[in-house]
Design a protein around this ligand. Structure first.
Ligand SMILES: [Zn+2]
Length: 102
């Protein structure tokens, strides 16, 4: 009987330890993101608020500021917000289409 109680307590402690550890890891992750953001290693996606690594290739330069985005969808939305047209639509009028190379 005593063995059973000890086993139950041990299992309970183990369970608490594991679940507590998981929660701690989540908190650590969150803290890590905030720390990196404070250090400038992560920047906030101005559209959806997600933290994006500085390595992100999805970026838009606006004056001296470089904005980074989690996805092209967010980038496009941002470009629309600032009224910037994507390069594909900035085709000059009167461009010669007779000289299309074969
Ligand atoms: Zn985003």
């Amino acid at each position: 009987m005593l063995k059973l109680i000890i086993f139950a307590v041990a299992a309970f402690v183990l369970y608490k330890l594991l679940t507590g550890d998981k929660r701690k890891k989540e908190q650590d992750k969150e803290r890590d993101i905030k720390k990196k953001a404070a250090k400038g290693e992560l920047v906030k996606d101005p559209v959806c608020g997600t933290y994006v690594s500085l390595d992100s290739d999805i970026r838009v330069r606006q004056g001296d500021t470089v904005h980074r985005f989690c996805s092209y969808e967010c980038r496009d939305r941002f470009l629309k917000q600032i009224g910037h047209k994507p390069p594909a639509e900035q085709v000059e009028e009167g461009a010669s289409d007779s000289e299309s190379d074969a």
